[in-house]
Design a binder for this molecule. Structure first.
Ligand code: ZN
Ligand code: ZN
Length: 339
């Protein structure tokens, strides 16, 4: 209930922020479909894939398709004012922006109790994780990503592709001397992971391993997998982020074993290769399907992971709780459960 009230409050704040600008700047009112879409989605839960949520997820796809690829790249390269105008008038960009404002507000204001962990999905494979002792990001990418810097103790990036590595956020982290763990960023040499490595930052332990990019022979060592143990104060919560890996267990040996949450891609058959009890495999109760509607790509089947296709994969993922959170949604780890 609390969550619902906060969500409604957030939507109200977001709409009224824009409404105020409308009066002063005589800008168009937010396009009603975008507002309605976000409001309806925020009333559903990724843990309950009911008819309402299913139909919303499917309609999001129809909103995103015409505004993907070049249209999205153009939007991302616009000045703040021009981009905001598009966020007011294009439902999918409204949802994209609303997700950021929600995550930023919640990361700022959420007080995480000992033994619990808050996890936000921002966009694509981007996550923000907050415990009682620290906060970090993985593959955080958004037009406004750098605004998250003040709240992040460190940033992890699985590989140097634009939908995972946000240059402005990396630079903002570096200006503050904060660790950026990656396999490509020369500016953070202490946290450059070209081979399987372990790091400790605060109460967090990070283990990496190196994988091909989606089995592409031209990119054999392009992706850095990440396993992060969040420490005692976080109820020993651990997560594995697979990035755009090819899911070959041979590349998961330094991150194998039981883990609380795994970020897969879109649940394709080969992603099951890393789930199990064997060498290079992980055991988990919660699998997250991600990389949905990466707007800089052409719509499915020309690049994007579509929601329709992801929903077809879902029942075949070998994990008892496989969920599809959407942009801006928050998951809470509490008493050994993700909720
Ligand atoms: Zn990639
Ligand atoms: Zn990607």
């Amino acid at each position: 209930m609390k969550r619902l009230i906060l969500t409604l409050f957030m939507i109200g704040t977001f709409i009224s922020t824009f409404a105020q600008k409308d009066i002063k700047g005589e800008k168009k009112a937010p396009v009603s479909e975008g507002v309605t879409l976000v409001q309806r989605l925020n009333k559903t839960s990724p843990f309950d894939l009911d008819e309402e949520r299913l139909s919303l997820l499917k309609s999001i796809e129809t909103y995103s398709d015409p505004y993907s690829d070049q249209a999205f790249k153009d939007y991302m390269s616009k000045s703040g004012e021009e981009a905001e105008e598009l966020e007011r008038t294009v439902p999918i960009y409204y949802a994209f922006r609303a997700a950021f404002d929600k995550v930023l507000h919640e990361v700022k204001t959420t007080k995480v109790k000992k033994g619990t962990v808050a996890v936000w999905m921002l966009y694509n494979m981007g996550f923000v994780v907050k415990t009682s002792s620290g906060c970090f990001g993985i593959d955080v990418h958004h037009r406004l990503a750098e605004d998250l810097e003040p709240y992040l103790d460190f940033l992890c990036i699985t590989h140097n592709h634009g939908d995972h590595a946000n240059k402005k956020l990396i630079q903002a982290m570096q200006r503050k001397g904060k660790p950026v763990v990656s396999n490509f960023n020369q500016e953070s040499p202490l946290y450059m992971s070209k081979t399987a490595t372990s790091y400790t930052i605060g109460n967090f332990t990070i283990r990496t391993d190196i994988s091909d990019h989606l089995l592409d022979p031209a990119l054999p060592d392009f992706v850095m997998l990440l396993r992060i143990e969040c420490g005692k104060d976080a109820g020993n919560f651990s997560l594995l982020h697979c990035g755009d890996s090819g899911f070959n267990p041979a590349h998961f040996k330094n991150v194998q074993g039981p883990v609380n949450m795994v970020v897969l891609r879109w649940g394709a058959a080969r992603e099951n290769n890393i789930l199990g009890n064997g060498e290079g495999q992980v055991q988990t109760k919660y699998a997250i399907l991600s990389h949905l509607l990466e707007l800089a790509h052409k719509p499915y089947p020309k690049g994007q992971a579509s929601i329709t296709q992801t929903l077809k994969h879902l029942p075949h993922v070998k994990c008892e709780n496989t969920i599809i959170p959407f942009w801006g949604e928050k998951l809470l780890w509490k008493n050994g459960k993700l909720q």
